[in-house]
Every structure is written in C-alpha cells, then in structure tokens.
Design a protein around this ligand. Sequence first.
Ligand code: AHM
Ligand code: MG
Length: 341
Amino acid sequence: MSKPYGITVSRHIMDSQRLHPEATGDLSGLLSELIVAAKTINAEVNMAGLADVLGMAGKTNIQGEHVQKLDDLANNTIKRRMARCGYVCVMTSEEEADIIPVAEGSAGKYTLAFDPLDGSSNIDVNVSIGTIFSIHRRISANDLTPQGDEADLLQKGREQVAAGYIIYGSSTMMVFTTGEGVHGFTLDPSVGEFYLSHPDIRIPERSRYFSVNEGNYNFWDNGVQRFVDYLKENDKETGRPYSARYIGSLVADFHRNLIAGGIFLYPRDNRNPAKPHGKLRLLYEAAPLAFLVEQAGGRAITDEGMNIMDIEPTSLHQRVPLVIGSRHEVDLYEEFVAGTR
Ligand code: AHM
Ligand code: MG
C-alpha cells in the first residue's frame, strides 16, 4: 500500500539539509543520484531469476545476448551514473582494480567508495545481498587536477561525511548516516519510493546473537577462539549460550545485528600468511559499517582492538579484520583478546 503522507528519503535529505544553511546541496544531490542507482540495481536483482542474469559473466542468454553477471551490472550502474553526476571527483569499487575517474568536466567535491553487490556467493541462491557506500570530501586541490586521485580515497573512516547500504532482502531498504544518527528507509515497490520506516536506529546495547564463519575456527588466534567458546557456554545469568546467526552476506548479517542486536566477527586466520588481514575490505565494507554502527551506539574494532574509524588506509582494496556490533559484546571481545579474561 502506498503511503501518501510518509516521509520519502528525498524529503528527509532535504529537511536535514535545511538545518545546515551553509550546505550547498551537493551531498543531497549525490545521495539522490545514488538512490536512483540503487533502485535500478534493485529492479535487476528482483528480475535476476527471470532475466537470466544469474551466473557467470560471459554467458549468453536465450536471445544470444551477452549476459553480465549481476555484480558487474550493479558496478556499471553505479559507476556510469555517478561518473556524470557532477558531485563526485573519483571513485573506487570492489569490482575494479584501479581508481575510477569521473567524466571530463564533471568532477565534484566528494569521493565515493562502493561495494556494488556484496555477498556475491549468495546471489545465485536468493539470499539477501547489498550495496555498501562510503563518501568523503575531496582533499586534493581542484585547481591543480580536474579529477580526484587515490589520496582522496585513502582517507580514514573518521573523515567520512556519509555512509550506508541498500539491502535487497525480503524488502529493499536503504540505511544511511550523514553523522546525525542512522535512518532506515523501506522501498515501496508500488510507488518506487523509499519511505522513512526506521528513524534514528539504535543498536541494542546488549545482545543474544553472534555472527561468524565458525568453519574457520581452527585458524583463529587463541583470544578469538576463547571468546566464541565463551559465548557458547551455558550460563543463564549472563544470557549464555548466545545464538548463532550467519548469513554470509555482510550487509545482511550487519543489518540483522543493527536491528536485533548482535556481534559480527571476521577475524584474521593463520591459513594464508600472505593475507594476514581477514577477508573484508576497509574502504567500502568495514569503514562505512563502522560509521553506521558508531552512529547507532555500537562499536567497530579490528580483531586486535583498534578502532576501525582510525585506520589510515594505505591501498584501495586493503583488508581488515572486523569485529562490529552491540557495545557490550564488542567490549567483552576486547577483554578476551587483551587477555584480561
Ligand atoms: P564478496 O565481497 O566477494 O561478496 O565477499 C564478502 C562477503 C561478505 O558479504 C561476507 O561477510 C563474507 O564475504 C563471507 O565470507 P565467508 O564465506 O568466508 O564466510
Ligand atoms: Mg563485498
């Protein structure tokens, strides 16, 4: 059912902008363009089974046309729209090795890092997936280079001006922050609008859930193993054992914990010494979710206890071990890795 008097995401963005007389409207414009890209991706995701866009890139469909993999489609949708919108000066995407320049004459004052379709292993099995984004202010001088450069993208999470995700799940939601709380909007597909459905989201302070790929248990550090063992022990007074919930789509696992409370971990493991940093990427996975969780009252740290927001990035696709969620459980985790428990 449509909600003619509901607050649309565009109205919400404009209302927030009015509270800042100094604002030029560029960030609002950028978010509006991203929302259009998200709606386009949503339409593709919903059609995935029918349109035969599932599966590997390089396949041809019934009509003999070249079929793009859904994550390529999502990547191209965001890239092409944002490259010409006039609000962004440079981009990086999980799907592209190098920085993505914007169209000539279109460089704006923000940067965009994005994971176009996170949870790719779940695409073919109809499980929630999502788009994650992170926005920083340009720091390079625009009178020297018309485009932004890599240094514009390699900024700390703490410097983000906005971050969020779109989850393509049982309903499609957009959740974002501009540093003034976290707000969630649900897409009404009959109208094609996102309506404010979850104003000022607060992550529960304590929780009963943990999300981790326990198949990796034998490769974790001792502190991580002891923490997870502790969560599974039987002790009524401290609410244990915790329940396990692991979807394998970061956006979906994070979203569940944001709403219902919980801790998500993707620690490093000792299987591959060449990759000592776990699996998730700092710029377009860990940092934007860290901004969201902090704004919602939770915490995000590395497996060794460093605040994710304070990590100085050194490369576009750098990985970082991530522990994120309800404050009480992240505090508890810290005690285990510090060896005080
Ligand atoms: P992707 O970007 O290739 O989709 O990989 C990231 C995903 C996350 O969504 C999820 O949290 C994680 O990989 C799951 O990894 P694993 O299958 O090792 O548990
Ligand atoms: Mg990803």
